[in-house]
Design a protein around this ligand. Structure first.
Ligand code: SF4
Length: 289
């Protein structure tokens, strides 16, 4: 059995930067409470590592960012790589909190493009994931931004404006995007489109699409990570026989690889390198390599 790592895989620049900022903030302010509003990046191992350093993550699927902020009375709040609304930043300041914005530059770039089109009177169709923090931050910019998650939502959408701009969340799958963009063009032929999948996401997806001889693909990552979920989708849509999402090597069932010739390991942009290496070492050890 041959075991190979897919290149590139794992951490992207936005995640590395967010983790660096969070650690530095705590290092520079050891006696001040430091909070992260939501998961800094979508990986529970990273959240645990931050917690061990004394950085408190406030995260609850059913609680809004504004309500989470209500729980903080003092200290420093870190906004995650997914971006944050101006209203939340203003609220933090009005509560007397300091903040550190770890928004990824690629997320901010998409937000800036959207703002430019809004200024010119466009309605914006935003292809993204419901309740995802990146999409939430974008939607907070204007009521003229319409979230579309799938074809059904597009069918129900009615925009009365000659000027329509279409873009997307940075971590969507390029395959889904192609289909949905075509449907939008059919419905609104005047639409202007800018595809905004970030380089980290597209290069990880293309690396999977280009695999020729893969029997089993392990995708290491957290169930909450959108870009990890999209790597699983891409693997399945490209006909890889077994595509398995695992959080770490403890999730491996050796039955899955017993007849495999070529096993590949990839990981979402929020998965720590250590977890990827442990999966590869474990599989190699079990294969007697
Ligand atoms: S996946 Fe892309 S947009 Fe998200 S943090 Fe990484 S580089 Fe930035």
């Amino acid at each position: 059995m041959e075991i190979k790592k897919v290149v590139p895989s794992g951490y992207c620049k936005g995640v590395v930067n967010a983790i660096r900022l969070a650690k530095k903030t705590k290092e520079d302010n050891p006696d001040t409470p430091v909070y992260v509003l939501g998961m800094l990046v979508h990986n529970s191992f990273v959240t645990k590592e931050l917690s061990d350093l004394g950085i408190i993550t406030l995260d609850d699927t059913f609680t809004s960012k504004s309500e989470l902020l209500d729980q903080i009375d003092e200290g420093i709040v870190i906004f995650t790589a997914h971006g944050i609304s101006d209203a939340i930043k203003d609220k933090a300041v009005s509560k007397g909190l300091r903040y550190v914005d770890a928004s990824c530059v690629d997320v901010l770039k998409t937000q800036n493009i959207i703002r430019q089109y809004l200024k010119q009177g466009y309605d914006v169709i935003y292809f993204g994931k419901k309740n995802h923090p990146e999409a939430e931050a974008v939607l907070s910019i204007s009521e003229k931004i319409h979230l579309v998650c799938n074809s059904e939502m597009l069918k129900e959408l009615h925009i009365d404006n000659d000027r329509i701009f279409l873009t997307n969340q940075t971590t969507m799958s390029y395959l889904e995007l192609q289909g949905l963009f075509k449907e939008v063009q059919e419905k609104y032929p005047q639409v202007i489109i800018e595809e905004e999948i970030c380089n980290a996401t597209s290069s990880r997806q293309m690396a999977i699409a280009n695999l020729q001889d893969c029997d089993v693909l392990y995708v290491v990552g957290d169930v909450k990570s959108n870009n990890t979920a999209k790597l699983v989708d891409i693997g399945k849509k490209h006909g890889i026989k077994k595509v398995l999402l695992i959080q770490d090597y403890n999730d491996i069932d050796l039955e899955d690889v017993k007849d495999a010739g070529h096993v590949y390991v990839t990981a979402g942009a929020s998965t720590p390198p250590k977890l990827i290496e442990e999966v590869i070492s474990y599989l190699r050890a079990k294969a007697g390599q």
